[in-house]
Design a protein around this ligand. Structure first.
Ligand code: ATP
Ligand code: MG
Length: 564
């Protein structure tokens, strides 16, 4: 009780699964062990929803001194592939979790699962059914109407054993027969109306090859795999709540070790599609440039975009664990990202939409190397040298010929600070024949080197710049949300979520960056001051840098001004 009163840190407030686990530890259930698993089906790349499940499962084990298995739920050979297995392993590792040597596959247990099925048949709790799919649907009844027993339900145990054996031996065609549990065709829970345990599928499996032509259904595989691995808490998303009676029925009838299934709400995010099937469709239909397109909510897409594992773990923590479905605002994810990048990303200056500035009273061929702070949030990050010279670029919108009232940046006759350099004053505006401003002629005050005037005079604006001669030209990819609607599924009749794709989710342009980024490597992250956070893309090469915009800055400008 006292503990609770002192507990003011919200991150210390326990969620309901932690409560369950702690109670189980106290009561000695499972001898105090905690053993979780992350069970992806290798039929696509992981997305941020999976990241939440990974953080939860590995997080529980870490908190209570337990273990987590990585188990591939590879029971559907038609959709699964080693490409996906490899990507899943890479993503879990990148998120910062380790399953040590506990890498398992449902297919490791095909023999054992087969034996379990035989055991059910022998207990007269399973039978081979020859109804067609359509017939089976009719016999199944509806939510309001009890189902009817299959005419094959009364087959003898010996006939069932024989037929199941022959199913396994490949004597029958796909779809001609199934093995079903014998439970209750009148159960209000439709999943208990003699669910299918095994189907015939003459398909090559990415691990077991052609060894099997019958494959267990998810429900028959999942809980039994948990049981074999002595999982204690089998955490899954809410849609499996109705499967739990079946999960429990199997372990009871098979008289095997019983893990417990616990459901939590899956992560839903605004403006985000979170179904592997639909993400696959976006990839296959070339709506995006692959699974790791930086607009994708896949872990590999987020990684390429420039997200850090810490920001995703933090996000998973902040979102919490709910019992009811909800939708999280994507801005929370962006908040976690900025919070982390702010601590880590080196600051550099870049100009996105340049306008040339010539400092008319600056010596022609002089280059000065100015001290610039790498990261004001991290003293250890040190300083770097940034070249300053007579010809510079500044952002077009940092100049206004006729300034509005609250405009404190550059305008004719006014003085601003060039960050880390000098005060400058705009003396003349040069335009082309059509009236576009093409150059600003400015003067500088040599006494203001470093950005402060010895006479104490102040300027209200500080702007960033790059030196024209030394600046590197880089490609920048500016991303916006992939979908226009908060709920991508919200679309007109006859249309699908793809009609909500944002046609402007990617804009490519060039920019100028200070030369310090020259040696930047893939996935290095920077804050382009006053512009946003950027990460070096995989397509980047030493002489043609490519940056992904990870996220825009929130008003960092006002902070710079306030600090002066
Ligand atoms: P999808 O519906 O996107 O295809 P899935 O649930 O079919 O995903 P699995 O590979 O079966 O994908 O999922 C592995 C684990 O990740 C499961 O335990 C599942 O419950 C969990 N998971 C999947 N999506 C989410 C989500 N949005 N939020 C939290 N956990 C999730
Ligand atoms: Mg699934």
């Amino acid at each position: 009780m006292q503990d609770k009163a002192e507990n003011t840190d919200v991150s210390e407030v326990k969620h309901f699964i932690q409560e369950i686990v702690e109670n189980d530890i106290k009561s000695g259930k499972y001898q105090g062990r905690v053993h979780t698993r992350f069970p992806p089906e290798p039929n696509g790349y992981l997305h941020i929803g999976h990241a939440k499940s990974i953080c939860l499962n590995f997080g529980l084990a870490a908190k209570y001194g337990g273990l987590t298995n990585l188990r591939f739920d590879d029971t559907n050979p038609v959709k699964e592939d080693t490409e996906y297995v490899d990507s899943i392993k890479e993503d879990v590792k990148w998120l910062g979790f380790s399953w040590d040597d506990r890498e398992y596959y449902a297919s490791d247990y095909f023999e054992q699962l087969y034996k379990y099925a035989i055991k059910l048949i022998e207990k007269d709790k399973a039978y081979v059914c020859d109804l067609s799919q359509e017939e089976m649907a009719t016999y199944r009844g509806t939510v309001n109407q009890a189902g009817k027993d299959s005419p094959y339900r009364s087959r003898s145990v010996s006939e069932n054993v024989d037929l199941f054996h022959r199913m396994k031996n490949g004597e029958f065609a796909d779809g001609s027969r199934v093995l079903r549990a014998k439970i209750d065709m009148a159960s209000p829970n439709m999943l208990l109306r003699d669910p299918i345990l095994y189907r015939i599928l003459h398909a090559e499996h990415h691990r077991t090859g052609n060894e099997w032509c019958i494959y267990p259904m998810y429900d028959f595989a999942h809980g039994q795999c948990d049981s074999i691995e002595k999982i204690t808490h089998s955490v899954c998303t809410l849609e499996f709540e109705v499967h739990r009676p079946l999960y429990d029925w199997f372990v009871k009838e098979l008289e095997i070790y019983a893990p417990q299934q616990i459901e939590f709400a899956r992560l839903n995010l605004t403006y985000t599609m979170m179904s592997k099937r639909k993400l696959l469709e976006l990839v296959k239909g070339s709506f995006v440039n692959g699974w790791d397109d930086p607009r994708m909510p896949t872990i590999c897409g987020l990684r390429r975009r420039g997200f850090t594992p810490e920001s995703l773990r933090n996000f998973a923590e902040k979102v919490g664990i709910a019992r009811r479905d909800n939708i999280i605002d994507i801005s929370l994810l962006e908040f976690c990202l900025r919070e982390d990048l702010n601590k880590k990303a080196l600051r550099v200056m870049s100009v996105m939409d340049p306008i040339k500035v010539t400092i008319i009273n600056y010596p022609d061929n002089q280059v000065e190397w100015m001290d610039a702070v790498n990261n004001p949030e991290d003293e250890l990050a040190g300083i770097r040298k940034v070249p300053f010279s007579k010809e510079l670029y500044i952002e077009r919108d940092d100049f206004m010929e006729v300034p509005s009232k609250k405009y404190f940046r550059l305008s004719p006759g006014s003085e601003v600070r060039l960050r880390y350099a000098y005060f400058i004053k705009c003396e003349e505006v040069i335009k082309d024949a059509t009236g576009n401003i093409i150059e600003l002629k400015c003067t500088y005050d040599v006494a203001t080197k470093g950005g402060n005037a010895p006479d104490g005079r102040k300027v209200k604006g500080t702007i960033h710049w790059v030196s024209k001669a030394q600046a590197l030209q880089a490609e920048v990819r500016l991303y916006d949300r992939l979908f226009l609607k908060e709920n991508p599924e919200d679309c007109a009749d006859g249309a699908d979520y793809k009609s909500n794709l944002n046609p402007d989710s990617l804009k490519v342009q060039s920019c100028f960056v200070e030369p310090s980024v020259k040696a930047a490597e893939k996935l290095d992250k920077f804050q382009f001051e006053r512009v946003g956070y950027f990460s070096v893309d995989y397509d980047s090469k030493p002489n043609s840098l490519v940056f992904n915009r990870i996220v825009t800055l929130k008003d960092s400008w006002s902070k710079i001004v306030a600090k002066e």
